[in-house]
Design a protein around this ligand. Sequence first.
Ligand SMILES: C[S@@+](CC[C@H](N)C(=O)[O-])C[C@H]1O[C@@H](n2cnc3c(N)ncnc32)[C@H](O)[C@@H]1O
Length: 307
Amino acid sequence: MTSYTGYLAIHKFESELKKELEIKGLKITLEKDRLFLVEGDHPQMIWAQMTAFDLRAIPITSIKDGAKKLKALGRNWGLFTVEHHRRAQLIQEELPKINQKPIPFRHPLPSLPMGFWTLWEPDLMMVASSTSSPFALGEMDFQEDKIMPPSRAYLKLWEFFTVYAPEEISGGTSLDVGSCPGGWTWVLRTLNFDKTISVDKAPIETRIMDLGQIDFRQESAFGLDPHDLGEIDWFCSDIICYPERLLNLVNRFRAAGTVKNFVCTIKYQKETDWEQTLKFLEIPNSRIVHLHHNKHEVTWFLKGALA
Ligand SMILES: C[S@@+](CC[C@H](N)C(=O)[O-])C[C@H]1O[C@@H](n2cnc3c(N)ncnc32)[C@H](O)[C@@H]1O
């Protein structure tokens, strides 16, 4: 029986996913709406909000039969409907409820695997019991803080430190470049760093400065000399700039050998800059993800840069 890797594109970024699959030499065998199926076993893609592994066709004879077959394969199922919505919903209603409430910052991720299914034809399901995310369709939401953060940019860093870097932080220094109005600096202050160096050409909000232990420097991040800043545990960048400029900055800090970990937003203008994105990916042991809270931008990170 044919096995596929299913890629669910991020809404409005279907062409980015198609381009990425093309760059990786992967041919789409079947597609419906923003779901692309590639024959065989393949890795996650940056522009897929969820990747379904070993996706297979399963025929069904009735709603009850569909639900029974899904229940036999796992507990948690995220449904993506393109057609046959009503019939698919009736099957989904027969399945155990998924507890998908917004989670607090750094809350442990659900431990049970999350499956994926869609009703491809009225009597044919496409089913994967294993996916890239513990959240249905890769969608995660936080219990937001509507009081402290001065912008919603903090949600990106919340997601990053919850999903990709949940390890405990005990002291050290974080550097936040392109930090204003102060959302990321606020997040870094709530983590257990001894000090946060925060750099932007614009001024930071006073109430963020009032939190203390913040060394704010109103200057261009591109003029920073890594050797003046000492050892940095986390280099964080949300600067609005061309990807090439960010890559040069990152490489300058890597060459200095003073930074243990990096997390940076790569922001795009009208077009996705694939050339520079691929250059970021050439940095050994680094990874690029499109966070659920990213827009037309991606997140590059490198953990253990000095290891
Ligand atoms: C998207 S905002 C950052 C939002 C921030 N992460 C937060 O959570 O509030 C981008 C910032 O990059 C800053 N920026 C642009 N060029 C810069 C440069 N050369 N040096 C430092 N900051 C720069 C802008 O002033 C702007 O505040």
